[in-house]
Design a protein around this ligand. Structure first.
Ligand SMILES: C[S@@+](CC[C@H](N)C(=O)[O-])C[C@H]1O[C@@H](n2cnc3c(N)ncnc32)[C@H](O)[C@@H]1O
Length: 226
């Protein structure tokens, strides 16, 4: 199984119902599409994500992640970078709270929806269609980086490099608790508590939380670049 394939299934296991209430399980019809995937090409991944988003809207709900809402007052305002923003629930939340937001996603359908969601709420999000594994990350350009339900270990240093000194980064992921996982998540893709902590050992951790969100074990970190 490739890392990307694992990632895809991971994401599907966190899919939400169209009502905005997270169901935390994969829609069987969409999952069977993923099961056919074996390659690592971005084009292939893009078409997978597009067909997934075509299948339904508000896949991960409309609400921003709770950990983001709870901790936003601790984050320095300014420019925000939202990699893998999906349909924009978190990016738009940040724009509504005064951030100048750049959001990246592989799926043009997701990016269009995010930009439209922002417009419908009278704010603006700059939508960028790009593959994050092959992206020109600027140096120290953003006050805040927010990542949810997307974890590729090799990208963490890239996400850190874009944070300005004194700026913040927040990561929210599904936890590897050692227990059998919910949904169809392969255990090799879950993120260990210790892995996430170690990834930010050169930053100052302001908050680290392990909790159950809609029946799924998650971990979230808020860290500040010295
Ligand atoms: C589980 S979704 C999470 C979406 C959003 N962060 C949220 O919480 O609502 C993962 C997102 O990562 C995007 N993605 C997957 N691989 C990517 C890549 N290599 N580059 C950019 N985006 C990618 C997918 O298109 C999808 O929108």
């Amino acid at each position: 199984m490739t890392a990307r394939f694992a990632l895809s299934i991971f994401c599907l296991s966190l899919a939400c119902s169209g009502s905005g209430t997270p169901a935390w399980s994969a829609p069987p019809s969409a999952l069977s599409g993923y099961e056919a995937v074996t390659g690592d090409s971005p084009d292939e991944d893009r078409s997978i994500w597009d067909s997934f988003y075509e299948h339904k809207s508000n896949v991960f709900g409309k609400e921003a992640v709770g950990f983001l809402k709870e901790n936003l007052h601790r984050v320095r305002k300014g420019r925000a970078f939202v990699p893998a923003m999906g349909e924009g629930r978190n990016a738009v939340y940040l724009a509504r709270h005064g951030f100048q937001v750049d959001g990246v996603d592989l799926s043009p359908i997701a990016v269009d929806r995010a930009v439209e969601l922002a417009r419908s709420q009278h704010v603006s999000v700059k939508g960028i269609v790009a593959d994050l594994t092959n992206y020109a990350y600027p140096l120290q350009a953003y006050d805040f980086v927010f990542v949810s339900l997307f974890y590729m270990e090799q990208l963490i240093p890239k996400f850190k490099q874009v944070v300005k000194p004194g700026g913040h980064i927040m990561v929210y992921v599904k936890a590897d608790t050692g227990k059998p996982s919910a949904g169809n998540t392969p255990d090799d893709f879950l993120v260990k508590n210790s892995t996430l902590k170690a990834a930010f050992k050169d930053f100052q951790t302001l908050s680290f939380k392990e909790y159950r969100d809609h029946g799924v074990d998650v971990i979230a970190i808020l860290a500040r670049r010295p």
